[in-house]
Design a protein around this ligand. Sequence first.
Ligand SMILES: [Zn+2]
Ligand SMILES: [Zn+2]
Length: 376
Amino acid sequence: MSEFYALLGVARDASETDIKKAYRKLAMEFHPDRNPAPEAEARFKEITEAYEVLRDPEKRAVYDRYGKAGLSGAGAGYGFHHVDLSEALNIFMRDFGGMSGFESLFGGGRQRTDARRGQDVRVTVKLALQDVATGVKKTVRFKAPDRCAVCEGTGAKPGTKPTTCSTCGGSGEVRRAARSMFGQFVSVSPCPTCAGEGVVVLEACDVCRGEGRVRAERTVTVEIPAGVSGNNYLTLRGQGAAGPRNGPAGDLLVMLDIKEDERFERQGDDLVFDLPLSFSQVALGAEVTVPTPYGEEMIRIAAGTQPETIVRLRQRGLPVLGQNSKGDLIVRVHVWTPERLNAEQERLFQELAKLEGEPPKRSPGFWSKLKEALGA
Ligand SMILES: [Zn+2]
Ligand SMILES: [Zn+2]
C-alpha cells in the first residue's frame, strides 16, 4: 500500500505539508498546460489522485490500512474513484489557485464556477467516547451565507433579470493568443466586466445588494460513524456557504472534539481499563465486573493472578472506522494494598504472615509481564 506514497515520492510518515509540497512540485511539472508531452496528462491525473487521498487524514488512515480497496469498498463512503482531467485540474486549482501568469487552456467554465464557489465552513462537534463506540447523529448550528430567497440567488431586483454581459457576450471569458516560454497557446481568462459570470446585474436586489446570498443561521444534522478519532473530520459537500449569485456552495467541514473518558485510556481502537483488586481477590480468584462501552461485563480472575496481569476482552474496544470489527478492551490488574487496617484485619494478617511463607527473591515473570504490558 505504498503506491500513492511512491507516486508523490514521499515517505510513509510524511507530514501533510511534505505531501502538499511534493504534489505541488510534481503538478507544476506535469500540469497539461505546461507539459505538452502526451503522457503528462496521465501522470498529472495519477499524482492528483494520490494527493487527494493522502492530504485527507481520514482517507489516508483508511488507505494505510486497507489500500485503495478500503476507499472504494461498498459502504466505505469515501467515494474513491479515478479522477478525470477536469477533476484533477479542479483539485489543483482548489488548493494552489491558478499558476501565476498562466491561464489554463481548459479554463473557461471551470474558473467561472470556482470564482463563485462559496467558502468552506468549519464547525466542531463535541463527542463523548460513548458516541465513538456507537456512532451518533449530531445537530450543528452555524452561521453561513445562504441563497437570497427574494431574488432566488440571482442578485437582481425582483421583476428584473441579470443581463447578458456585452464584453464577453455571455461566455464569461475572453480569449487571446499569447506566447510564453512554452510556446504559443490560446489564453482564456475571466471576463473583466462580469468577473466571469457572463451576466451583469443592472438593478440589484435590495435584500442582498446584488450578492444573491444573505447571512443566515443554519442547522444541519451530521451522522458521525462509529470509530472516529480526533484526526478524522467529515466533509459535507455543498453544505457550506452559498456562492454569490447562485455559484456553487462550499463544503461543511465537521471537526471532531472527543472528550476523554475517565474510565478508559484510548489506544487506537483498543481501550485500557485499570482494575484494582485486593490481595485476597488475586490470591483466591474472583469474579468482578468491568465497564465496557457496551455495558458492564463479568470477568473471572484466576486464583494466583499476579500484579500487572493483562486480561484482554476481544472485541470490547472501539469499532474500527468503516469496518465491521472492534478493538479490544485491555484490563490491567493492579493489586490494592489497604492503607490502614483495623484490629481484626491486622490480627488476621499477622496470622497469615506466619503461614504464607517467603516470597521469591526475585519475581521471575517480571520482565515478560512488563514487555506484555508495553505491548511488545
Ligand atoms: Zn437578493
Ligand atoms: Zn463578461
